[in-house]
Design a protein around this ligand. Structure first.
Ligand code: NAP
Length: 498
């Protein structure tokens, strides 16, 4: 179950938000009475109770807003218990002062906003001994090791335990708690108010993670990168897993560039079956693979890693195949088997010489295209061109060529700079095929200008979905629901598509 946190400055607003939450499908709320600007009026707050609730009055030291006297806070909690609220949250240092009464269940909590202390298990067990129905530990994770430890503690507890690693690095703990026995997880409800760093929204947990279906048997997949917060991979893969009837979930795990190896070793405790790998790890992961498919060897980049039963790490590059499939589709398909494909002998201009230009360049040359690289930093283009065996042109000359295909492999035009384009209008000619790898937004300025000049366009969304679909197949061995995956990407990118 997902517990949506409601904290408003006014009683009336709190009551309204409670109703709105229930209408949105929330079954359990946490009422954060410390957010009320006036002294909490319990009778008023508890008059109508549209759903089950946790009543919390959080002190400043624990991350709350309560600034009044401690006796008054404890008195209010006791009154709430007498009024029969479903749960009260009592901090471990005051738990003995506030006794059990009636049917109200006790969440005995420990918060640490600075760190995850080494004796966390002992602390959680002390909470357990204070007549707890539920133990809650929420500690700041300063590393992936901290975040892992929080879930490891939860897995060792006898009393149901909600274990939260606070901070962006711990977001996955808010999703995977259910696997280790958490009776519920906390979520923001109002999109404009976040109650803690790394906390997800109710609608994200419900729709993007299918949180209510996660249990001890759920198999874990991860998208790793730095940053990772806005990755589309979890919603896309989770929708596909559920549609295929598989008990699997993908979570984002932030892994800093310099700590990839140790991070992968630490995350292994989760039994992760597969990884989507994004910036900055696509090259760095290569020495950590036990096996790699031909595309990884050829492109020197890996964006997918599957773990076999015996722990063997197998790397794939689905960006490469997806980009080739997208381009060939623009010419009506891959062409006859054994014959020359539609990309053979095409003149292609690639803008950019980074991580995505490389596999695309390799793929095109393999298919017989004549590739010219063009990059803002010329030396980088020269270096990649030497590896690929192709030519370069200077950034200033990019609009002067008349290629058959232009591909943007720079992030220019990506949200929020949606009015930027890596190619001025003069660079497009009718009939050209123009592809953007940028997918946020889908309809970039680069593609808009190309269409105005009667070019055929291929969007970054098309490539993204194809690479995710190939990934999904590698994870599951099943045919993925591509249309559904498309719908999810478009829903997530919705407000920024054009
Ligand atoms: P990268 O390795 O950081 O390379 C970025 C490239 O863009 C470099 O060549 C860089 O040139 C150039 N560049 C950056 N800012 C520029 C600017 N303001 N003007 C001109 N050139 C600029 O990044 P990447 O991994 O290749 O990713 C590039 C894009 O591909 C991103 O938008 C990413 O989202 C997208 N992508 C899409 C998919 C998909 O499935 N659709 C998959 C992977 C990546 P310098 O050498 O001069 O810095």
């Amino acid at each position: 179950m997902i517990c949506a946190i409601l904290g408003r400055g006014r009683h009336a607003a709190l009551a309204e938000e409670w109703k709105a939450a229930v209408e949105a499908g929330v079954e359990l709320v946490e009422l954060r009475l410390d957010c009320l600007r006036r002294e909490p009026d319990l009778k008023r707050v508890l008059k109508e109770r549209p759903s089950a609730m946790v009543l919390t009055i959080r002190r400043g030291a624990d991350g709350g807003l309560w600034r009044g006297p401690e006796e008054k806070r404890q008195r209010l909690i006791r009154e709430a218990i007498v009024a029969g609220v479903d749960f009260v949250d009592v901090e471990m240092d005051v738990a003995r002062e506030i006794r059990r009464f009636g049917k109200t269940r006790r969440i005995v909590s420990y918060h640490n906003l600075k760190q995850t202390p080494p004796d966390l298990l002992e602390i959680a067990q002390q909470c357990e001994e204070m007549d707890a129905d539920v133990v809650k530990i929420a500690t700041r994770a300063n590393s992936l090791a901290d975040a892992m430890r929080v879930l490891q503690v939860a897995s060792k507890m006898e009393t149901p335990t909600i274990a939260i690693a606070m901070g962006e690095i711990g977001t996955f703990s808010r999703v995977l708690g259910a696997k280790y026995g958490a009776p519920f997880t906390y979520a923001n409800f109002n999109a404009d108010r976040s109650f803690a760093a790394g906390m997800l929204r109710f609608d994200e947990l419900k729709r993007d993670y299918a949180y209510d279906q996660i249990d001890a048997q759920t198999e874990v997949y991860a998208v790793i990168g730095d940053p990772i917060g806005h990755s589309l991979s979890p919603p896309v893969h989770n929708a596909a897993f559920r549609a295929m009837g598989l008990n699997k979930v993908m979570v984002p795990i932030l892994m800093p560039a310099e700590r990839l190896k140790e991070s992968l070793d630490q995350a292994a405790w989760l039994g992760i079956k597969g990884y989507s790998i994004t910036i900055p790890h696509k090259q760095a992961v290569l020495p950590l693979l036990n096996l790699a498919d031909g595309a990884v060897d050829r492109t020197g980049a890996c964006n997918t890693m599957v773990l076999k039963e015996d722990g063997t790490r197998v790397g794939y590059n689905t960006d490469y195949r997806a980009a080739m499939d997208s381009l060939e589709a623009a010419y009506g398909g891959p062409g006859p088997e054994g014959g020359l494909g539609p990309l053979a002998n095409k003149n292609v201009l690639i803008l950019g010489a980074g991580g995505v230009a490389r596999p695309i360049g390799f793929g095109l040359i393999r298919r017989g295209a004549v590739v010219t690289l063009c990059n803002r930093t010329e030396e980088r283009a020269t270096k990649l061109a030497e590896e690929l065996g192709c030519r370069t042109t200077s950034w200033a000359m990019r609009a002067g060529l008349i290629p058959d295909i232009i591909i943007n492999c720079t992030p220019v035009g990506m949200h929020p700079d949606v009015d930027d384009t890596p190619m001025p209008p003069a660079g497009f000619r009718p009939g050209m095929v123009v592809m953007d790898t940028v997918y946020h937004p889908e309809n970039t300025m680069f593609l808009k200008l190309a269409r105005e000049r009667e070019c055929r366009t291929v969007s970054g969304v098309d490539m993204f979905i194809r690479q995710a679909a190939i990934q999904s197949q590698l994870y599951t061995g099943m045919e993925p629901p591509v249309e559904l995956m498309k719908e999810v990407v478009r829903r997530k990118l919705g407000p920024l598509r054009s």
